[in-house]
Structure formats: structure tokens, C-alpha cells
Design a protein around this ligand. Structure first.
Ligand code: ZN
Ligand code: ZN
Length: 156
């Protein structure tokens, strides 16, 4: 996920449409299995963020899906989760033991704090989610190409 901007009309309408997608439960875990969580998926699309922060943090680009923060429940390992504040508005959650990047959360953003991004790579299959766009491609690494035909946004 990218650092959030001021809300736009487009984003607002996208959020309004979300409840029409049947909510399904997603489960996920870190690599060592210490942190396990579940959350309600109210959309079937995620995005891939190619910004330099996400690439450093995740080791490549960051693919995630946004869910309602209230729907996120820890099945185990909540106290083994650490948060790194990567910007004034954003914190990133990872397993203290194995380092898996799990959550991106704009917790201090008044319009986005109620949503949290789950790492798609951490979810159990089948996720039921597809990446629908690439964001911050202006920042992408020089070691790969994006050739899947999905929309690419310079920023977000
Ligand atoms: Zn990013
Ligand atoms: Zn772990």
C-alpha cells in the first residue's frame, strides 16, 4: 500500500461499492506460524505497490488487500507482532520472530485508519483475491518488468 493521500471522490465511491461483494473470511500467517490472523474480505481485488518503502520492507513489491480493521482478529501471536512506523501516518506490522511483513496500516489517517492492508502472500490459498492494479510504478525496481496488462499508476 502507498502512503495515503487526501480522499478523492473516486475512492469514496469505490468504498461504497465494496459491501456488494460477499464478505468471506481470509486466514493468514507469518512464515514461522507464530502470528495467525483472520479477517473479513469485503472485496476481491488488491493492489501491488512498487514504492521504494514497500520494496525495501517486503523485499520486492508489496501485494495487499484492504479490509476493515474491526474484522481483523488474531488467532495467535498478537503479542509477537511488532509495528514499524514508516511515516507520520503509516505503520507496518511484522512478526518479531521471523520478520514476515504482514500489515500496512495508515493508523493516523482520519479517512483510512479504519482499513488495514493484509499481505496477500501471507494469506492461505485460495485467497479469492486478484491484484487489479499496480501503484507507484514510477518508483519500481529496475530488476523486473510489469507485463501482466493490468493498469499501472505512476502514484496511486
Ligand atoms: Zn508502497
Ligand atoms: Zn513469524
Amino acid at each position: 500500500m502507498a502512503p495515503p493521500a487526501k480522499p478523492t471522490r473516486k475512492r469514496k465511491s469505490a468504498r461504497k461499492r465494496a459491501p456488494s461483494v460477499k464478505a468471506v473470511k481470509a486466514r493468514g500467517a507469518c512464515l514461522c506460524g507464530t502470528v495467525r490472523f483472520e479477517a473479513k474480505l469485503d472485496r476481491d481485488h488488491g493492489d501491488a505497490c512498487h514504492c521504494s518503502q514497500c520494496r525495501r520492507w517486503s523485499g520486492n513489491y508489496w501485494a495487499s488487500v484492504n479490509v476493515d480493521l474491526k474484522s481483523l482478529k488474531f488467532l495467535k501471536g498478537a503479542s509477537d507482532l511488532s509495528w514499524f512506523r514508516s511515516s507520520d501516518l503509516v505503520r507496518r506490522g511484522f512478526c518479531r520472530t521471523c520478520g514476515s511483513a504482514l500489515f500496512w496500516h495508515a493508523d493516523r489517517h482520519k479517512d483510512y485508519g479504519h482499513r488495514i492492508a493484509l499481505a496477500l502472500g501471507a494469506l492461505d490459498a485460495p485467497t479469492g483475491v486478484r491484484i487489479s492494479e499496480h501503484i507507484f510504478v514510477a518508483d519500481k525496481g529496475d530488476y523486473y518488468d510489469i507485463k501482466d496488462g493490468l493498469p499501472q499508476k505512476e502514484r496511486y
